[in-house]
Write a protein that binds this ligand. Structure first.
Ligand code: FES
Length: 151
């Protein structure tokens, strides 16, 4: 029996199930993702007059920062929200720990992870069903042109 005859004999549903068994993912996504530890013990400052901090001059702007100089990757999102307040959250997503969290100006300003589309309120509350784990957020304190980000 030829392959197509075999599949036809099974019926369309079974043929589809045999032919495309992984359309919704056979494995957990985390197996293929590079994952990072959630930032801990965060306490650093940002010089708002520096070139690196220039995006924070505008509402909706954000920068990615290392919580520690020894890190080989950035792990904190510092943003100026749409009301002009400086806020900070983990760049490491609470869903599957990718480093894809950014601040976006949609819906009044939210944190979003591009890996699977999770969205978080500015206090870290999950806004969709991708994850129920809150995003870690940090305190901010402005002293002149120096922003302190801390837990
Ligand atoms: S890792 Fe899945 S939404 Fe961020």
């Amino acid at each position: 029996m030829e392959r197509k005859d075999f599949l036809r004999s099974l019926g369309a549903g079974a043929a589809f199930a045999l032919t495309f068994p992984c359309l919704n993912g056979c494995s957990t996504d985390s197996e293929d993702l590079e994952q990072f530890p959630e930032p801990n013990g965060v306490d650093f400052t940002v010089d708002l007059t520096s070139t690196d901090a220039a995006p924070l001059a505008n509402n909706g702007g954000f920068i990615l920062v290392k919580s520690s100089p020894s890190l080989g990757y950035t792990d904190i999102v510092v943003a100026r929200n749409l009301e002009g307040n400086l806020i900070a959250a983990s760049q490491i997503c609470s869903h599957q720990q990718t480093e894809e969290v950014r601040f976006i100006s949609e819906d009044g300003g939210v944190f979003r992870c591009s890996t699977h589309g999770s969205r978080f309120d500015q206090d870290g509350t999950p806004l969709n069903s991708v994850t129920s784990n809150p995003l870690k957020v940090f305190n901010t304190e402005l002293n002149g042109t120096t922003l302190r980000v801390f837990e």
